[in-house]
Design a protein around this ligand. Sequence first.
Ligand SMILES: [Zn+2]
Length: 229
Amino acid sequence: MVTEASPSIKLRAKIKPLQNCSAGAYSSRLKVMNNRTGENWCQDHLTNEKLWQLLAKIDSDFAEEARGKGCLHPDCGGRLHRSDYERKPRGGPGWDLRNSFCCDQEGCRRRETPMSVRFLGRRVYAGLVVVLVSAMVHGLKPERVQRIREVLAIDRRTLERWRQWWRSTFVRSSFWKWARARFMPLVCEKTLPLSLGRRFEIERPERLLDLLKFLAPVTRPAAGKLQGI
Ligand SMILES: [Zn+2]
């Protein structure tokens, strides 16, 4: 059976020649320039297998935490049983299930889907891809964005929808109204999510994880008003 390489593997294959020709002063300069524009670290994150593994680990922790709390329906107190559902985000390393639970009480059966750093609501792409590629739009030259978009098979309209989502739906959300007050000076809303990424210093993988954890409350399907990408 022929299996297609994941987009992140394809991306790594494409950027490899760039890394291999790194000898010499010229390429060092190129590296500095790329780092300044955010080109390198964005691509590094997208192809960082350890980072993807950590995302799965964080989601497991979120799931355990949710299970520990039990059913959140008032006056129920039922226990939660595992009820994962199929979800295959594009751009990820082949994930196929989203952690989810169901209440065990007859008459309630409420579904509880924990926060996630892998899935951003119902978006068909992995949350990491949505955040990073949306950020790149503000930091990279259009031709570089286009190449990454092509490698990850993100069409122009999808990227435009993401941009709109950050600039309208996200900034109007109750989460952001609460969260933005935590930043001083205020985060520029026109260049989200790059502006937020800069505050978190997401050039470092561990800080990118912090940003995804910070955004995790908007990833629950229950945050219904935040759907629409
Ligand atoms: Zn219940």
